[in-house]
Design a protein around this ligand. Structure first.
Ligand SMILES: Nc1ncnc2c1ncn2[C@@H]1O[C@H](COP(=O)(O)OP(=O)(O)OP(=O)(O)O)[C@@H](O)[C@H]1O
Ligand SMILES: [Mg+2]
Length: 204
């Protein structure tokens, strides 16, 4: 554990990203590791403002526009937070990163996959996470953890198809990058998952 690591946490709403980020952070701090915990979209004042635009505004927009805004926020985040931390020897824990853009914008919203490849190359250069935890749950499990369980209405059924595509795109990324992306069966209990996370972290 000599060089600073860049670790990202991925998965759908309610999969457990924030829960496990907090736990990983506490474990690393106990081991004396200096770190920065951050999130996307966001992580800088401009990024947080873009997050508001992206997540709050109802107005529909072209998928390219959404991807460009995501990567604008990401550029700022890398320049101001991620790269300086890593250079200073501090680990970075990030709640969502580029895999989420593939999952939601390409998988969910049908943006061309190749568009994201182009933006990723431009904005990230050689920067990739050293390790990504993808917390895999069926969409209904994530939804049940964040909302009350009841029969889905028409809008939620359409959403179910969207989230099935998001999950499939996450799994495609995991297949493409099997050494970086660890697929975690997040339907299990939090304590079972923590045992697996500890084992993976002890080997990086
Ligand atoms: N493995 C688990 N088993 C049971 N409950 C869980 C599990 N993981 C997380 N939870 C609970 O589910 C809820 C959502 O978890 P959390 O906020 O960590 O998800 P998230 O992936 O960060 O979601 P979001 O994308 O909405 O921020 C929390 O109440 C959390 O305690
Ligand atoms: Mg969260």
């Amino acid at each position: 554990m000599n060089t600073a690591k860049f670790i990202t946490l991925e998965g759908m709403d309610g999969a457990g990203k924030t829960t496990h980020l907090d736990w990983i952070k506490s474990q690393l701090l106990l081991s004396g590791i200096d770190l920065v915990a951050t999130r996307e979209p966001g992580g800088t004042p401009l990024g947080e403002a873009l997050r508001q635009l992206l997540l709050i505004t109802e107005e529909s927009r072209h998928p390219d526009t959404e991807a460009l805004l995501m990567f604008a926020a990401r550029r700022e985040h890398i320049a101001k937070v991620i790269s300086p931390a890593l250079l200073a020897g501090r680990w970075v824990l990030c709640d969502r990163f580029t895999d989420a853009t593939y999952a939601y914008q390409a998988g969910g919203s049908s943006l061309q996959w190749s568009r994201i490849v182009q933006l990723e190359n431009w904005v990230q250069g050689d920067l990739q996470p050293d390790l990504t935890f993808y917390f895999d749950v069926p969409p209904e499990v994530g939804r049940a953890r964040t909302q009350q369980v009841r029969e889905p209405d028409r809008f939620e059924r359409e959403q179910a198809e969207f989230f099935a595509r998001v999950r499939a795109a996450y799994l495609r990324r995991a297949q493409e990058f099997p050494s970086r992306i660890q697929v975690i069966d997040a339907t299990r209990s939090i304590s079972e998952i923590q045992i697996q996370l500890a084992s993976i972290l002890s080997n990086i």
